[in-house]
Design a protein around this ligand. Structure first.
Ligand SMILES: [Zn+2]
Ligand SMILES: [Zn+2]
Length: 419
């Protein structure tokens, strides 16, 4: 059978490999559709490690069960169901967790051997290409359920890629007001379509200043979905005191907590618990993923698909790979072509804008480095006394005597076990 195999950075190939033999706990699924995630791109560009050479990649896809013919979405997280975290209802933090497409062979292959508990039936009114974009929906549900914003809260989302755009949709479902930040107008147009109240192009205006103007005290909730250290480091300047920040795209950076009192920072992970709800939201038409699809390729044309996903000139949002199918030209792609002129004539960042950005991101306070890669899904609390607030305001380099408590988060989630 054919499979997409990781051979090293910029070296991902479609190869002939042996068809997998399912164990007693597994079934064989025939691949139908999948989508390229930002993580696949990080592996492709050599920015992230974690995939071994020779491994099949892909962790967001659907197919058809060979034994029953049922259409199924595939959940990449494999968990034991009996360790401390599994019993806490946190299977995504399982102590013997493996993720297909990262630490085990993934989904971009003609056939996949997968445990039956990792399959979720696809409702009849959900298409295969829609069921191929479930991971970011599940991630957005997980993140916003964890953050628990209140009705009409301001939710600021940095990065309007597929994850950011789905965060915006779920935040709107929860009755929040959304501020969308990105560097590309074609993505911000989508944010507007999905109901963002304010769209900020960070090339044209200072997002920190603008968010403060709109929200007065800072945003109630901030979600970092751009995946850069710079945007991670921007989050304390966007959130209000006692607000909440989710770091989704990148988990490293220097967080200057001198600017914000009693804030909560959360590094989120995908959870299998949220897949059935993700499919239900698609089925009810409450969340849209079809409008995110900008390009479609055959699985055998994977190299071209990932090059397109990596090429900003192609204006990619979600690149989908399909099998044995006529590849239709995306209506959205045609639509955005007309916007090329607007994009090209967008004002270049001026010197003043740059200076403003630098002032807001550079700081004289003592910085605390939080490497959230070592702890998954953790709350970081930070408290300061009243006089320390004053020292923060006069902006002098002094020790604000910050206390940081790192505690394991344990949100209440019903333990998920399918028959
Ligand atoms: Zn992913
Ligand atoms: Zn476990």
């Amino acid at each position: 059978m054919r499979a997409v195999v990781f051979r090293g950075p910029r070296h991902i190939k479609v190869e002939e490999v042996a068809k997998p033999q399912p164990s007693v706990k597994e079934v064989l699924v025939e691949f139908r559709a999948g989508s390229i995630c930002g993580t696949d791109l990080h592996f492709y560009k050599g920015e992230w490690t974690g995939v071994r050479v020779g491994q099949i990649i892909g962790h967001d896809a659907c197919g058809v069960r060979v034994d029953t013919g049922e259409r199924v979405a595939m959940v990449p997280t494999m968990y034991c169901g009996s360790c401390y975290f599994c019993l806490q209802g946190l299977p995504h933090l399982c102590e013997s967790r493996k993720t297909m497409g990262f630490s085990a062979d993934g989904f971009f292959a003609d056939f996949i051997a997968i445990p039956t508990e990792n399959l979720v039936p696809i409702p009849t009114n959900v298409s295969e290409e829609e069921a191929a974009i479930l991971e970011p929906v599940a991630l957005a549900i997980h993140t916003l359920n964890f953050l628990q914003p209140r009705l009409r809260d301001w939710v600021t989302i940095i990065g309007q890629g597929p994850i950011g755009l789905l965060m915006a949709q779920i935040a709107r479902l929860k009755g929040c007001r959304v501020i969308a930040i990105d560097l590309c107008d074609y993505r911000l147009k989508l944010s507007e379509k999905y109901g963002a109240d304010v769209c900020i192009n960070a090339r044209e205006e200072d997002p920190v200043k603008r968010v403060k103007e709109i929200t007065v005290r800072g945003s109630d909730v901030v979600i970092e979905a751009a995946g850069t250290r710079r945007t991670v480091e921007q989050t304390p300047f966007l959130v209000r005191s006692a607000g909440k920040v989710a770091l989704i795209g990148e988990s490293e950076g220097y967080l200057n907590l001198g600017n914000v009192g009693e804030a909560l920072f959360f590094s989120g992970y995908l959870s299998p618990v949220d897949y059935p709800l993700a499919l239900d939201l698609l089925s009810k038409g409450l969340v849209d993923v079809r409008g995110l699809i900008t390009h479609r390729f055959k699985l055998t044309d994977f190299e071209r698909a990932i090059q397109t996903a990596d090429n900003i000139k192609e204006k990619p949002v979600k690149v989908v790979v399909l099998t044995c199918r006529k590849i239709r030209k995306s209506r959205f792609t045609e639509g955005t072509q007309r916007n090329t002129e607007t994009m090209n004539h967008a004002p270049k960042p001026t010197k003043t804008t740059k200076q403003k950005l630098n002032t807001t991101s550079c700081t004289l306070f003592v910085q605390k480095r939080l490497d959230l890669k070592t702890v998954t899904e953790t709350k970081v609390f930070q408290r300061r006394s009243q006089d320390q607030c004053v020292t923060a305001k006069i902006k002098k380099p002094m020790n604000p005597k910050m206390e940081a408590f790192i505690t394991n988060a344990a949100p209440i989630v019903a333990h998920h076990k399918r028959k």
